[in-house]
Design a protein around this ligand. Sequence first.
Ligand code: ZN
Length: 134
Amino acid sequence: MKKIEHIGIAVKDLKAANNLYSKLLNTSPYKMEEVVSENVNTSFFQVGESKIELVEGTSPDSPISKFIEKRGEGVHHIAFEVSDIEKEIARLTKEGFQMIHEKPKDGADNKLIAFLHPKSSNGVLIELCQEKVQ
Ligand code: ZN
């Protein structure tokens, strides 16, 4: 694992949250992107070498909408950057971690991503991400 790439925050209203986080971080999001496969809208703020990702569900059955319904808005996941996501998935599986995605999938911000089940990491949803080679 190379670094904390970003922290994902579940929000009800992305537009309002963008305004708030723009004030908080004193910068605008450098990117806004819909991830159709996950039913979410996202926006990204650069904070030093890490990022903040705001995530809003686009439908009631989006994982984000379900999360907010159960636990309210707040920190949703921590994403670690890895250099070889397939290798890292294999390593973690061997260590006994439960993967939500056993194969990497397309995520926002030009990344391949895979999530670990929070049950296997003390209730924290963990995302692995690897920059896609252009
Ligand atoms: Zn994320």
